[in-house]
Design a protein around this ligand. Structure first.
Ligand SMILES: NC(=O)c1ccc[n+]([C@@H]2O[C@H](COP(=O)([O-])OP(=O)(O)OC[C@H]3O[C@@H](n4cnc5c(N)ncnc54)[C@H](OP(=O)(O)O)[C@@H]3O)[C@@H](O)[C@H]2O)c1
Ligand SMILES: [Zn+2]
Length: 380
């Protein structure tokens, strides 16, 4: 984990004076805030990712990011680094400074005490109860506040946090890899690997940004996955197996909890021996009755999680969609054909009879990764 204050000298950048309303420099500084914030990817839940940069006379004199819940906010690290140079300076921060006493004192007061001249905010706080109050407090103290610089990028950075605040549920992302003929495995259930190395590297990065990854019992039995981010410094998500039967093997990569934590969600009291052995290996086993994706997501929300990746097969993914627990889809498509009338596809039965009933993704984007394509979009 890197230090949350960043060496200002090594990151020296200059800004031209006399900026227009929102200058290229303002945008560059906000992008730098986002870059800093991303250093804590996967580690801040239930808090947002936030970065801050302080600029005095066209030079960066302080930088910081929020490293995780209970730790100081980005502005505090940046102010510490800037010291006296914060007086009369401009601070850029990707999210509206907080204005309430939580686990840490309000950043609005710290900025006023440091006598900064101007605050440039990426986006307002999405919580309707406090939204705008930090900005108002700063303006009342005579500080100039500009809001909405690189707003879309700031919102994208914290899309899971925003979803969590607005809907009291984690953001659900369904990710799958399929062949050109729409299969996620062959007729025998074999699926390693559908896509190429570049796509798999992106999945590892995605896991590092997520708080949990969910699979169904069948995927565990057939694939025996690791579900880690495959990088020594990256965050590993909580690995969750949903199984109604608890009919799981005694040996599985997921039971190696030194790599990453594992949680088994089940609705049965059967297999007490297996349950006991899993507990001995450090695996958590939790009973939720009835076991549904909606219940699982409510439980993960209560455990303070914000971003959950569904990496299951079609049976569970269909239930997850039907339950309204999937907001975003990431489909990796490989230029391969495996055929097989009964080879599994990414989404099982949704009960939709006509094409006019199809769930149509919004805000869709495509990109090529090696010889694969990735389609990203949001369910309405
Ligand atoms: N290419 C890819 O991206 C990808 C990703 C994942 C999987 N796969 C492939 O998909 C195949 C497995 O697909 P699948 O659809 O059988 O597996 P799945 O959706 O991952 O697992 C289904 C299992 O989920 C459990 N479950 C728990 N709660 C449930 C609920 N409310 N509703 C339904 N199921 C619930 C049940 O486990 P119990 O039976 O233990 O009770 C059920 O059998 C494998 O061949 C695997 O290789 C491919
Ligand atoms: Zn704060």
């Amino acid at each position: 984990m890197q230090n949350s204050s960043v060496n200002a000298q090594s990151n020296f950048q200059s800004c031209s004076p006399a900026p227009p309303l929102v200058s290229a420099c303002d945008r560059a500084m906000m992008k730098r805030c986002i870059e800093l914030a991303r250093r804590a990817l996967g580690r801040t839940t239930p808090n947002p990712l936030v970065g801050a940069v302080i600029v005095q006379n066209g030079e960066i004199v302080g930088e910081g990011f929020h490293p995780g819940a209970g730790k100081p906010h980005a502005e505090v690290f940046a102010l510490r680094q800037a010291g006296d140079n914060a007086r009369g300076a401009t601070i850029y921060v990707s999210l509206e400074p907080c204005n309430h006493y939580g686990r840490t004192p309000p950043c609005s007061e710290a900025l006023i005490a440091a006598q900064v001249a101007k605050v440039v905010v990426g986006m307002v706080d999405p919580n309707p109860l406090v939204s705008g109050s930090g900005i108002e407090r700063l303006r009342k103290a005579g500080i100039e506040v500009v809001v909405g610089v690189e707003e879309e990028a700031c919102r994208q950075l914290n899309e899971a946090f925003i979803h969590r605040i607005l809907y009291q549920r984690p953001l659900g992302i369904l990710k799958y890899a399929m062949t050109l003929d729409g299969k996620i495995a062959t007729i025998s259930g074999h699926s390693t690997w559908v896509t190429g190395a570049e796509s798999r590297a992106l999945v590892h990065q995605l896991r590092a940004a997520c708080d949990a990854v969910i699979i169904g019992g069948n995927t565990l039995r057939l694939d025996n996955p690791h579900l880690t981010s495959h990088h020594p410094d990256a965050h590993n998500p909580l690995r969750v197996v949903m199984t109604r039967t608890l009919n799981l093997p005694l040996n599985a990569h997921l039971w190696q909890t030194a790599d990453a934590p594992t949680l088994v969600l089940t609705e049965t009291e059967a297999h007490p021996d297996l349950r006991e052995q899993l507990l001995n290996k450090g695996v958590e086993v939790v009973t939720l009755k009835p076991l549904t994706p909606a219940k699982a997501m409510a439980y993960l929300y209560d455990r303070q999680l914000s971003m959950v990746l569904w990496e299951c097969g079609g049976t569970l993914s269909a239930r997850a969609i039907a339950d309204g627990t999937v907001q975003k889809v990431l489909a990796f498509i490989a230029p391969k054909i495996v055929g097989g009338q009964f080879a599994p596809s990414p989404v099982g039965d949704l009960g939709l009879a006509t094409m006019t009933d199809a769930l149509t993704l919004e805000r869709v984007s495509w990109r090529q990764l090696g010889s694969d394509y990735v389609v990203e979009g949001y369910l309405p």
